[in-house]
Design a protein around this ligand. Structure first.
Ligand code: NCD
Length: 321
């Protein structure tokens, strides 16, 4: 794997491999010294054109736990505000010779474009409403830990599918892992043709009790240029996951950030059925596994990867960091 641009590029075996590596790295997070030397001397550049709390901090932490150097770049406060283009920004920052660039932008396909402009491994941390592959991987990891096998599970993804990059990546990843996926929400927020990805589509939550896992999406106000729902109140009346709609046997997930009182009621966010904090925790080890796979694992063609250690050795070498 040279880049991680989409879930589309990963088959089930690749997803399983990354999740298995993340499981090995989970042990590092429990140590007193939370570091292994696996990517010592490598440089990871976080290039974020959009707001982020979880994704950026967990990529930074993941790179640091692998002993890589990290440079964080946020578009606000940079020359982007003076009109510098994405291409010029990438070429300028490439002069620092990053081994990996973690990229979040509001533009569909930006990661793929950037992968053609420079030699670094590109990780798509969200390209507009297209894909967010590491979110899907960390959700697969979280589910594996909470319910075991995903094969045969019924997963409902509920809410603003139209503006969500998480929806597309997760539908693909959950299906590759053998789940039956249903997307549900108001017709204005479900893009036409989405069922071509292989999922079922519902415009009401009448059949929600049949789900094993309920995955709520955030209402993406920042991507809504017109009125997509009459009001947040009306949206909540028909689609909010609350104590009445969530059955006791169901696991509740959300990528964060949550709009309490809109897509989720406060009581379900705080209930033991919610695994939202576990998802955030999973973000670090899954991103460690992705960076490791890109920079130390299968990049054999890169001369600098010759000193890469196998993952067992990298994990075992924690004491040397
Ligand atoms: C998501 C994102 O930005 O795509 N958040 C995240 O990465 N955890 C979802 C969202 O913003 O609603």
């Amino acid at each position: 794997m040279n880049h991680l641009l989409s879930i589309e590029q990963l088959d089930r075996a690749a997803i399983e491999r990354i999740v298995a590596q993340a499981e090995r790295f989970a042990e590092v997070s429990d140590r007193e010294i939370k570091k292994v030397p696996a990517l010592r001397g490598r440089m990871v550049l976080n290039l974020f054109y959009e707001a982020s709390t979880r994704t950026r901090s967990s990529f930074e932490l993941a790179a640091k736990r692998l002993s890589a150097d990290v440079v964080n770049f946020a578009a606000s406060g940079s020359s982007v505000e003076k009109g510098e283009s994405l291409k010029d920004t990438v070429l300028t920052l490439s002069a620092h010779k990053p081994d990996a660039i973690v990229l979040r932008t509001p533009w569909v396909g930006a990661s793929e474009l950037v992968s053609k402009w420079c030699s670094a491994a590109i990780v798509n941390a969200g390209d507009g409403k297209h894909e967010h592959p590491t979110q899907a991987l960390l959700d697969v990891y979280t589910l594996r830990r909470h319910i075991g096998a995903i094969d045969g599970a019924s997963i409902w993804i509920v809410g603003d599918v139209a503006h969500s990059r998480v929806a597309r990546s997760n539908v693909l990843a959950f299906q590759r892992m053998g789940a039956k996926v249903t997307i549900a929400g108001p017709p204005t927020l479900i893009p036409r043709g989405f069922e071509q990805l292989g999922c079922e589509v519902r415009y009401t939550l009448d059949e929600l009790p049949s789900a094993d896992i309920v995955y709520a999406l955030r209402m993406q106000h920042e991507r809504m240029s017109e009125t997509w729902v009459p009001s947040m109140r009306e949206y909540a009346a028909s689609y909010q996951i609350n104590g009445k709609r969530l059955s006791p046997h169901q696991v509740l997930m959300h990528p964060g950030p949550v709009n309490r009182g809109v897509e989720l009621s406060g009581e379900v966010v705080d209930s033991p059925q919610a695994v939202i904090t576990a998802q955030v925790e999973a973000g670090v080890v899954v991103r460690m596994a992705v960076l490791y796979e890109l920079l130390a694992g299968s990049r054999d063609a890169r001369p600098e990867s010759q000193d890469a250690e196998p993952v067992e050795q990298a994990v075992a070498g924690g004491a040397r960091a």
